[in-house]
Design a protein. Structure first.
Length: 337
């Protein structure tokens, strides 16, 4: 028997059946995209589960591109397939998100789920072994608590001290609604009000860094990164942002809560973004559903902050990585935190 064989089968069934994941119907066509850095066991297990459900499944493999976003050189057969399916799940580590082919697929109404870099262990931790209903409940409560205030402040022992205003007309997007894996909620702050210091001390991708061994300090003024400090990893981020020759790449696009109880700090940003109690900052491309002012950029990067303290209005939502708000603490405890 293969490594985690039975657990992977359970997770794959949840993936294709759960409405907040793929939610496949028997007559739907599913395209599974995978690059040469993808875990084949995950792809094969997902394809088997979808086939057993009665869906029409196709798997497409391609060489991992050197770049992502607008620079991704998507092979023509892959691009054509992406726009001619009902549902697409992307396991590719070098994701096609924000590429021209991806944008065309979205315009064609393709339902998309990004599971970039997913491997067997992640499938089991983030999907198969999670109390899905309880995690979704926590996400809904996080939205309810957050959308009732007009300001937020995030601090951390690593040095983060950033504040901003919130716009009541902008949504808090649960990731399972926005084409992602549940366990993350993102929102766009009022861009011009974002100011202070953001210290990334968890993980970042892209560029090819992953887990941070030295913190990266971002100085932010009026919603834009004005300076980057730290060690070699900070220099790498600085070069990567500059390489796009796009001013919009310095925009703060969103913040996010991470709350998947199975997630651990990882080189895979899909998992790192969902570490329980973490906060994510998105840089660059801002998707339309945030209803913000950032808009299109050449690419996008996510970096994470560990063990933050979050003040929403005058109430603490979280202290040093633990949810303390009275509407959140009992659910968090039920999930093991």
């Amino acid at each position: 028997m293969k490594f985690f064989d039975l657990e992977l089968a359970k997770a794959s069934y949840t993936l294709v059946k759960e409405e907040t994941l793929l939610g496949l119907k028997p007559d739907e066509h599913l395209l599974i995209c995978a690059d040469t850095e993808t875990d084949r066991m995950v792809v094969e297990a997902a394809a088997r589960a979808a086939h057993l459900l009665g869906s029409k499944v196709a798997v497409i493999w391609y060489a991992a591109p050197p770049d992502i976003g607008e620079k991704a050189n998507v092979p023509k057969p892959v691009a054509a397939a992406m726009s001619n399916t009902d549902v697409m799940v992307e396991f590719s580590r070098k994701y096609l998100l924000f590429s021209k082919a991806w944008k065309n697929a979205m315009e064609n109404g393709v339902r998309y789920l990004g599971l970039w870099g997913m491997d067997v262990g992640m499938m089991v931790r983030l999907i198969g072994n999670v109390d899905w209903a309880k995690m979704i409940e926590l996400g809904k409560e996080l939205v309810q608590v957050s959308k009732k205030v007009d300001s937020m402040k995030i601090t951390s022992s690593a040095g983060t001290n950033v504040a901003f205003k919130l716009d009541a007309h902008r949504p808090f997007i649960r990731s399972e609604v926005g084409g992602g894996l549940a366990g993350e909620i993102a929102w766009a702050p009022v861009e011009e009000t974002v100011g202070g210091t953001i210290v990334l001390d968890g993980a970042i991708f892209p560029p090819e860094i992953g887990i941070l061994h030295n913190p990266i300090e971002l100085k932010v003024e009026k919603g834009r990164i004005v300076s980057i400090a730290g060690g070699a990893e900070a220099k790498k981020l600085e070069r990567w942002l500059a390489s796009w020759h796009d001013d919009s790449m310095y925009n703060i696009a969103h913040f996010s809560y991470g709350f998947n109880p199975g997630a651990k700090l990882s080189d895979k940003i899909l998992e790192a973004d969902r570490v329980f109690g973490s906060v994510v900052v998105g840089i660059g491309y801002q998707r339309e559903y945030y209803k913000g002012k950032g808009g299109v950029a050449a690419s996008h990067s996510d970096g994470t902050m560990q063990n933050p303290t979050i003040l929403v209005g005058e109430d603490y939502l979280e202290k040093e990585g633990k949810y303390v708000h009275p509407r959140l603490a009992p659910i968090s405890k039920a999930l093991g935190f």
